[in-house]
Design a protein around this ligand. Structure first.
Ligand code: HH2
Length: 273
């Protein structure tokens, strides 16, 4: 396992490429459901400049049905066997057993959208392996989270949640410098909530941990462009969201279109200096 802190391992801005080994992800319509396709996509993303590829076998889109442990392993293990020793890989899962297998096969980061709340064994798996971990905010659960997301102040509530999960992770033996945090764009949030989180991202960087932001192709981007029923958003708007998030302090941008985001973020970094 890489011994560096998240900050040293992932300089700002770093791109995380999304490889959904699923038939039903909101964003890519199952293009990487076949292992050979997922493997080729992962290799291409790293060649295009991704710092890490995020392999996931369960869709978390609004309304998605849960996947069994066996099915999730069946989807991701062949991909991890092929690439996790050759490429930098993170595993997008809420199941401790999937994370454990992925880390054994060479993954270095566990991306858990439940922030260690979904599976009681997850924190121990991450701590024991000394892996990097991403703790993400979600209100509710994927099946129902977009029904009626409500906050009195979305940014302070997300911040309090992330601070609490960070404290929990450290208390169970995960080194603080291995942890990054994520506001969870689209996870129990309205369009207005998602944009306010980016606008006020500085209140989350104040927690002192690197932030992951995943706005790529999300429906809020299609909705501000005029389609109230959009389920995805275009690349152009995804890049604008990633660049503004970077400018406001994000470290890792989780994206589907790696080359375009790497180019845009390289220009943004040149401007920021
Ligand atoms: N978004 C999705 C999945 N995992 N993980 C983190 N840390 N942050 C995110 O914003 C995030 C995430 C949803 O996007 P995608 O993987 O493209 O879709 P699906 O969940 O339908 O597979």
């Amino acid at each position: 396992m890489d011994a560096r802190s998240v900050t040293d391992r992932f300089p700002r801005p770093s791109v995380m490429g999304v490889v959904n080994v699923t038939p039903d992800s909101f964003s890519d319509g199952g293009v990487n459901f076949a292992a050979e396709e997922a493997i080729a996509t992962g290799r291409r993303m790293v060649a295009e400049g991704a710092a890490i590829v995020d392999v996931g076998g369960e869709s978390t889109r609004p309304g998605a049905a849960p996947v069994s442990l066996d099915e999730e392993l069946r989807r991701v293990v062949p991909v991890l066997e092929a690439v996790a020793h050759e490429l930098p890989v993170s595993i997008d899962t809420a199941k401790a057993e999937v994370a454990r297998r992925a880390l054994e096969l060479g993954a270095e980061l566990v991306n858990d959208v439940t922030a260690l709340r979904g599976d009681v064994a997850m924190a121990g798996v991450v701590a024991e392996a000394g892996a990097y971990v991403c703790l993400m905010h979600m209100q509710g659960e994927p099946r129902t989270m977009q029904a009626n997301p409500t906050y009195s102040d979305v940014v302070s509530e997300v911040r309090a949640f992330l601070e609490d999960r960070l404290r929990f992770a450290v208390s169970v033996g995960i080194a603080e410098e291995r942890i990054c945090l994520d506001p969870g764009i689209g996870f129990g949030k309205t369009v207005a909530h998602n944009f306010e989180l980016i606008r006020r991202l500085g209140e989350l960087t104040a927690l002192g941990r690197p932030l992951v932001v995943g706005f790529s192709r999300k429906s809020s981007l299609g909705r501000i462009l005029g389609d109230p029923n959009a389920t995805t958003g275009p690349l152009s708007a995804s890049i604008a969201a990633a660049v503004t998030a970077y400018e406001r302090g994000a470290t890792i941008l989780r994206v589907h279109d790696v080359r375009e985001h790497v180019e845009a973020l390289t220009a943004a970094r040149a401007v920021v200096g």
